[in-house]
Design a protein around this ligand. Structure first.
Ligand SMILES: [Zn+2]
Length: 240
């Protein structure tokens, strides 16, 4: 399984998953349909599946364009069916979706939105996490409670450490500065801050990240309780 990040809008990544064996290509959260189609075409791939993690327009606005061009079926959260256009197959906790020769398990990970889902490809050790988990950070709580988001992050933390997570935004440097601010004695955080600053200065992507790296450097994933998580999230929302 090959994964490619397509930068889109101001700081989104649209992920393409390409299965070389079958030629199957899935697109995750196409906030910009033309960017998704162009990214696939440049590689000689044809999108034949759309996967959606949550309803926000920067993840779903390009669905009609992709479907118009490819006829690809759209899989996404059943609980958010009324919030965006074009959902063919509504998904719930524990559902399984074939992605080429791989199988993705659906986890409900509420917090950023109430119906947010993640696609977990256990065998390939891939987690498509949308706006739930970011490198060294997590999504804002637009709809859910701190308890819900804390629970969602704790659940992702149970994945094997080598699992690679593919978030939908390039927020890593800002997250790393906040992490260094709240965990000044964590040398793994300090080292990673330097590393991701260098990557961004060179225009490189900082993703994917691994669950092990997040357990070492992500203050939100390391929070021991929902209360600790809530105060961190509040502090980050007003941190600049
Ligand atoms: Zn979002």
């Amino acid at each position: 399984m090959e994964l490619v990040a397509l930068p889109a809008l101001s700081d989104n990544y649209i992920w393409l998953l390409h299965d070389g064996e079958t030629g199957h290509t899935a697109v995750v959260d196409p906030g910009d349909g033309d960017a998704a189609l162009r990214g696939a075409a440049e590689r000689g791939w044809t999108i034949d599946q759309v996967l959606i993690t949550h309803w926000h327009p920067d993840h779903t606005a390009g669905i009609p364009r992709v479907v118009e061009a490819t006829g690809a079926p759209v899989w996404g959260p059943e609980d958010e069916r009324s919030r965006f256009a074009g959902l063919d197959h509504g998904l719930r906790e524990g559902d399984q979706v074939e992605v080429g020769t791989a199988v993705a398990e659906v986890w409900e990970v509420p917090g950023h939105t109430l119906g947010h889902i993640a696609f977990i490809l256990h065998e390939q050790q891939i987690a498509l996490v949308g706006d739930t988990l970011f490198a060294m950070g997590c999504g804002r709580l637009f709809e859910g409670t701190p308890e819900q988001m804390h629970g969602s992050l704790q659940r992702l933390a149970t994945l094997p450490g080598e699992t690679l997570a593919y978030p939908a935004h390039e927020y890593t440097v800002s997250n790393a500065r906040f992490a260094a601010h709240v965990q000044p004695d964590n040398s793994a955080v300090t080292a990673r801050l330097r590393h991701v600053e260098q990557l961004r200065e060179g225009g490189a992507i900082t993703l994917p990240t691994s669950i092990a790296e997040e357990l070492a450097t992500n203050p939100f994933m390391r929070a021991g309780s929902a209360g600790e998580f809530a105060s961190l999230r509040q502090a980050k929302d007003s941190y600049r």
